[in-house]
Design a protein around this ligand. Structure first.
Ligand SMILES: [Zn+2]
Length: 195
């Protein structure tokens, strides 16, 4: 578990039938044992990964996705399973109280927004669900951006011109909006030959 992961909910993980039928596999929900009430999921925004930490295992009743030859597998307790990466959204489904959380992938696609193999490894398991926000690092001198989903500082490449990137964490979009209200000293525009 990495230091920047956010615990967003606990419960039995499942998803709507429509996700399998439509092949989108875009959202998951947390239940308390009944299939009617979704447990709360903390409000998070932005880009990152969803990760299920398996706390308690049980045999899934789900037949799987027969068209894909996927059936539920019982994982090990304490296992961390990465469900996918993208931009967070929440969704409500007919007849079910509460909300599902999903990730929209960066590359536009109609199916497999989350990873179906990973999902069927988690089905019906009691999990702690984490959101791992993608931290962007930026070079103060040349403006090159680097993404890190662990929160750790990435290792910049060796540039041919000898430039060494000096990375600082780039504020999230929300933090940027807040700081734009405050007048800040104008930084010299960095120019670079390796954009
Ligand atoms: Zn640089």
């Amino acid at each position: 578990m990495e230091k920047n992961w956010i615990l967003i909910g606990k419960g039995i993980i499942n998803w709507g039938r429509d996700e399998r039928i439509g092949d989108r596999y875009g959202t998951v929900g947390l239940f308390d044992g009944s299939q009617d009430n979704l447990l709360p999921i903390k409000d998070v925004r932005g880009h990152g990964k969803l990760i299920a930490h398996i706390r308690k295992t049980r045999q899934s009743y789900h037949i799987g996705d027969v068209f894909r030859g996927l059936s539920p597998k019982t994982p090990k307790e304490n296992e961390f399973i990465e469900l996918g990466e993208g931009t967070v959204f929440f969704e409500h489904k007919n007849g079910i109280q509460g909300r599902y959380i999903g990730l929209k992938p960066d590359e536009p696609r109609d199916s497999d927004w989350l990873n179906p193999q990973a999902l069927y490894r988690c089905h019906s398991q009691t999990v702690d669900l984490y959101f791992a926000p993608t931290q962007t690092w930026i070079c103060e001198e040349c403006g090159t951006e680097y993404a890190s989903s662990t929160g750790d500082k990435p290792t910049p490449p060796k540039w041919k011109d000898g430039h060494e990137c000096k990375l600082t964490p780039k504020p999230s979009a929300e933090e940027q909006v807040a700081s734009e209200q405050v007048p800040s000293s104008s930084h010299a525009q960095a120019t670079s030959s390796h954009t």
